[in-house]
Design a protein around this ligand. Structure first.
Ligand code: THU
Length: 132
């Protein structure tokens, strides 16, 4: 877990967030055991921005991973958005853990919360349930 937090914090430093000034870092473990990182990347056309979690997950999947284990997200007042929760659920295992790291570097304040993936969304949209 420490390694995941360290790597997510490193990724957070690469955030491109000139509009929100809200840097986010993420790390995910692929089924192979390899760790992938991501950060949020914004755009002047705001809707084109992408969250840190999705960057990390898409890096993993586009590198050949078939799924992910644990996910770590680092930000001030951290809480993954609904879209990222849905994407996490698509690729995570039933026993995946989500590590929320509420981190404010200026204050050196850190609060770590670990939640089960099945707590992320109420009645998530699942392909097998929808017959997809
Ligand atoms: N953001 C993330 O990267 N992950 C989240 O879970 C929440 C929001 C980013 C998107 C945008 O660049 C900034 O945070 C403010 O919404």
């Amino acid at each position: 877990m420490n390694k995941m937090i360290k790597l997510a914090k490193l990724a957070q430093k690469h955030s491109y967030s000139p509009y929100s000034k809200y840097p986010v870092g993420a790390s995910v473990v692929g089924l192979s055991g390899k760790i992938y990182t991501g950060t949020n990347i914004e755009n002047a056309s705001f809707g084109l921005s992408i969250c840190a979690e999705r960057v990390a997950i898409f890096k993993a999947i586009s590198s050949g991973e078939k799924g992910i284990r644990d996910v770590c997200v680092v930000a001030r007042s951290v809480s993954p958005c609904g879209a990222c929760r849905q994407v996490i659920i698509e690729f995570a295992r039933d026993d995946s853990k989500i590590i929320f790291v509420d981190w404010q570097s200026s204050k050196h304040s850190e609060k770590i919360t670990v939640v089960d993936v099945n707590k992320l969304l109420y009645k998530p949209f699942k392909p097998e349930k929808a017959g997809l």
